[in-house]
Design a protein around this ligand. Sequence first.
Ligand code: XIL
Length: 401
Amino acid sequence: MRRRAQRNAMISRARRPGVYLAVVAMVLTMVAAPAAASPASADAAHGWAGHDHRAGHGKRAPLRRLVPKGFRIGSAVAGGGHHADQDYPPPFPNDRRYRHVLAKEFNSVTPENQLKWEFVHPERHTYDFGPADAIVRSARRDHQAVRGHVLMWHSQNPAWLEEGDFTPRELRRILREHIFTVVGRYRGRIHQWEVANEIFTDGDDPELRTDQNIWLRELGPGIIADAFRWAHQADPNAKLFLNDYAIEGVNPKSTAYYELAQELLADGVPIHGIGVQGHLDFQYGFDHSMQDNLQRFDDLGLATAVTEVDVRFFLPEDGVPTDEQLAQQADWYRWMLEACLNVDGCRSFTVWGFPDRYSWVPHFFEGQGAATIMWDDFTPKPAYHALQATLADARKAHRRH
Ligand code: XIL
């Protein structure tokens, strides 16, 4: 114990004079070449090695090697969406380092955009399966499960669909055909599908998004059950999920889902789970009822999953998160993972991409960022270590049982 304390003191004494220079150096390298920040400068600048008592113990195994039996730790696979407007090529096919880390750390993947309507079904009679196929192929090689995202949503739909002036009859056929084509293609290879994404509005009195969601607007709420039934026919072994943000804790929106899930189950609709996205933001606080919330869905007999985790906050002016921010971020990642691990049927926890430079956050939330678990050079942030330690603990506890 004493020896470790002394060593840590020596490390921090040795580092202190270098911290300022390291910050400057890192900011400069990040500006000049976002991928080039060296691991040493990132660690020193952010002090995580000094803060995390576990870091002194040398390297632990990658996340996927630490999971309790049957547990999936996943990541979104970068490509499409906001990536298409950046000055880098699509990460998954082009960034070898990225692919290496993805395979090493995660035993589950979710295509971030490559199975969304605008991407996979760009014209009425054209599907573009190339990128999703590549992800599913490499996932099989790397022994990763694949989560399918998404079949019914109000966002990222192609213009031909949104502006097509179709009759309800035509729209029904279009949705049915899409589900049979996409789910059918990956039958047996995509084990969970998000069938309906973000179908409730926010606030104290959530309602189905009947204005924004073309399917709900044109076909009525009954289409939700139909979508689940079609997906089930297309792949009877796939687990079918509802999915949304801001439903981590017990709140009016998650209760709307709870009631919907009960209705669907009572009607015999093949629904198997609920996904809470986990896009958290410091300004809204952490809702510690998360475990209770997951548990109430579990009690209905549904699987639960945490599907799109990131934790965002406003960056200081120099763009470098403070140690306090990083520590809080690590806590929130850990709390979400613990909530999931403590619920029997929560067996899947997916982070919404890495490293920070590939995250969607800065592009959608002005002034916010640094929301993922890795620095731009793929070295671990405190949040990574928090997940690592939490998984290791859960595995030990699991073994004792
Ligand atoms: C985001 C992607 O990360 C971006 O690349 C894209 O430009 C927009 O969508 N909820 C979801 C995800 O269900 O599909 C969203 O992903 C993030 C919010």
